[in-house]
Design a protein around this ligand. Structure first.
Ligand code: IMP
Length: 176
């Protein structure tokens, strides 16, 4: 396996600065209430970890895993629930933490799965959003960055399982 350094799109400093602001907004919006944070694996693990450190509320952390991409840079068009949360979210405030909204299909399906469980409220935090690819309208309550239609990696996001460990968001160049 060769070591390849992708071009930086969003630096570690920019990411942390933005997450600071998102953490403050979430803390304010849910003031005086409890929160269940659902981290969408695997891509959101780093974002979620940095985000919850900046949310000053009593919270519980849950994990869910959905798959749509396989090893490709294109969505397969179908979403599979691979691992579910363990908490009962009925009557609870829920914050879903996602890495990127691309076509919007994953979040649409996830919102459907959650809404039948009757939470009090479900909000979405997404680090990234590619508006040009959106097919299923979704409301992103807490957005990190809007980006162009480029396949990005790093800070939790992968290509074929690689590059998740990069501390910044990079662009995958053709041939790498
Ligand atoms: P959607 O269902 O098309 O919105 O895709 C959402 C999922 O696709 C994300 O949670 C990511 O795992 C993956 N994805 C979409 N775009 C990218 C990208 O540019 N880099 C890495 N993963 C991506």
């Amino acid at each position: 396996m060769e070591l390849y350094t992708p071009e930086t799109l969003i630096s570690e400093e920019e990411i942390i600065q933005r997450i600071d602001a998102l953490g403050k907004a979430i803390t304010q919006n849910f003031e005086g209430q409890d929160l269940i944070v659902i981290c969408v694996l695997k891509g959101a693990f780093m974002f979620c970890s940095d985000l919850i450190k900046r949310i000053n509320l009593p919270l519980k952390l849950e994990f869910i895993s959905l798959s749509s991409y396989g090893d490709s840079t294109q969505s397969s068009g179908s979403v599979r629930l691979e691992m579910d949360i363990t908490a009962n979210i009925e009557g609870k405030n829920v914050l879903i933490v996602e890495d990127i909204v691309d076509s919007g299909l994953t979040i649409k399906i996830l919102m459907e799965i959650m809404s039948v469980r009757k939470p009090k409220e479900v909000r979405l935090a997404s680090l990234l959003f590619k508006p040009s690819k959106l097919k299923h309208p979704v409301r992103i309550d807490y957005l990190g960055f809007e980006i162009e239609d480029k396949f990005v990696i790093g800070y939790g996001l992968d290509y074929a399982g690689r590059y998740r460990e990069l501390p910044y968001i990079g662009v995958l160049n053709a041939g790498n």
